[in-house]
Design a protein around this ligand. Structure first.
Ligand code: NDP
Length: 249
């Protein structure tokens, strides 16, 4: 299969979880490109698993100088970019009773500001007709305790897909957003003591209308669709990939 043959993609947070699932799905469809993250060990091992058509670039997406370097190096290595996946995000767990200004800034820097600038800095290096894929969260639609700021930032990301598409009509660059529900990634594991992880995952799976939690590959397949010409009539759309947990549970 080669829905993305020779397409150049940049995937932030491609060294872990959902981002790696997307990178694997892209690779399997013939894409090449770059995964971005800060952890050098996972970056090197993820890039090695993806093979010769992918490289890892160590960068912090909340740092604009880092972002500019990512795109410059990508263009030098691969030429113009066809697909941007703004996936890096997470953290930001705390209630309004305790989350202060520094926590606010950190949460918004990663989950909203970095998404905006990941896209803005890519534009000079992108092909017209390219695809921008943002990763939201079902926490944008339902309140979960302590996910207040995270959910608010992700709700804004859902809007950004519409705004970007509108702003970039002259270049036929489409922006869409995938909204995952609970997905089996290292981020999920961080919230749970190691010895309880399997029991907690089973508990979550039992709550899911579809009977299981999501896998990075579920998001990867959806990202292939949004990156490819199969979705050429979609702009500013949101695809909820959540096993039914947002509206059916
Ligand atoms: P992981 O923790 O597995 O992956 C997060 C990735 O983001 C890592 O590769 C990490 O790399 C990267 N990252 C984080 N901060 C930065 C930064 N400042 N600069 C560069 N890279 C960064 O989490 P998931 O795969 O679960 O999450 C991916 C996305 O999916 C996030 O946006 C998250 O909000 C969203 N999501 C996840 C859900 C889930 O249930 N897992 C549900 C809904 C949405 P490194 O540490 O090397 O910097």
């Amino acid at each position: 299969m080669s829905k993305l043959k020779n397409k150049v993609a940049v995937i932030t947070g491609g060294n872990s979880g959902i981002g790696f699932g997307i990178a694997e799905a892209f690779k399997n469809e013939g894409a090449k490109g770059v995964i971005v993250g800060r952890n050098q060990n996972t970056l090197v091992s993820a890039a090695a698993q993806l093979g010769e058509n992918f490289i890892g670039i160590n960068a912090d997406v909340t740092n604009l100088t880092d972002l500019q370097r990512v795109y410059k190096e990508t263009a030098e290595k691969f030429g113009k970019i066809d697909v941007i996946v703004a996936n890096a995000g997470g953290g930001a767990v705390g209630t309004v009773a305790t989350f202060g200004e520094a926590d606010f800034d950190k949460a918004i820097d990663l989950n909203l500001k970095s998404v905006y600038f990941t896209v803005q800095n890519a534009l000079p290096y992108m092909n017209d007709g390219g695809s921008i894929i943002l990763i939201g969260s079902n926490a944008a639609h339902r309140a979960y305790p302590s996910f207040t700021l995270y959910g608010a930032a992700k709700a804004a990301v859902i809007y950004l897909a519409k705004g970007f598409s509108s702003d970039l009509l002259n270049r036929k660059i489409r922006a869409n957003v995938i909204t995952p529900g609970t997905t089996d990634t290292p981020a999920f594991d961080k919230f749970v003591p190691a010895e309880q992880i399997e029991a907690v995952k089973k508990h979550f799976a039992d709550q899911m209308p579809i009977g299981r939690i999501g896998q990075p590959a579920d998001i990867g397949k959806t990202a292939v669709f949004l990156a490819s010409d199969d979705s050429s009539f979609m702009l500013g759309a949101e695809l909820l990939v959540d096993g039914g947990m947002t509206y059916l549970a």
